[in-house]
Design a protein around this ligand. Sequence first.
Ligand SMILES: Nc1ncnc2c1ncn2[C@@H]1O[C@H](COP(=O)(O)OP(=O)(O)O)[C@@H](O)[C@H]1O
Ligand SMILES: [Mg+2]
Length: 267
Amino acid sequence: MASTQPATPASSRKPRVMVLFGGRSGEHAISCATAAGVLRAIDRDRYDVVPVGITRDGRWVVAADEPERWEITAGQLPEVVASDGEVVVPLSVGDRRLRVLDALEPPRELGEVDVVFPLLHGPFGEDGTLQGLFELADLHYVGAGVLASAVGMDKHYMKLVLAGQGIPVAPYTVVQPGEWERDPEGVRARVEPLGLPLFVKPARAGSSLGISRVDDLDDLAAALTEAQRHDPKVLVESGVDGREIECAVLGSRDGERPARRSRARSR
Ligand SMILES: Nc1ncnc2c1ncn2[C@@H]1O[C@H](COP(=O)(O)OP(=O)(O)O)[C@@H](O)[C@H]1O
Ligand SMILES: [Mg+2]
């Protein structure tokens, strides 16, 4: 896919899907594993696939179209590195094209991308920043838009929105950046009524990174320190005895469920 491609009218070829993964968050390797699953599952008869990885320092590179390269195997976390492929510029406003940046002048074109399938986890990917970039570039993309992504990434604001709609959330308190260091007694006074056990979590992270269960308030400090490694804003939540249910939502911007054989144009 890194080869030069002449611009082909979109109607005369398969939709070209940019599978985008890796990224700058602590969940880099989890995102690579998600990409392994998608690269293996996507229907090659219906879609052309352009795998693009984002390195931990934010460079976009054309990545191997090899699911096994991106899997988490025993003791080995996958990572996108700059030497994986040519660096691409992710933004080309208006013409829906990506360009390969290499030693050549002018830069070679990677080809048209019809839709981006972002598989990033965590900040700088799942939090609306990338979605904003796609909006600016007029690229179609899969998944939630800017606002839903930003709110969904932040456990504090997600609770405010849910509660604002009358949806019950577990009791919690937010420990703002620097607050624990400045006023530990004040934080303790807010935390104690939440009871035990507590779940202490970074406000903006995922894949259970930095989350601790606290059964004794003497362990609160250590749990806060662990969560702060991922985000200076921390949520302390009452334990809930419940069942976790995950639910995918399939639909397009106008609220319609896309027809089974329609082009991949949802965003
Ligand atoms: N309040 C809670 N009560 C009980 N278990 C919890 C609570 N909060 C988190 N957990 C446990 O920790 C896991 C990860 O927490 P979650 O809030 O889903 O964070 P993440 O965004 O990392 O998935 C949950 O799947 C659940 O097993
Ligand atoms: Mg979860």
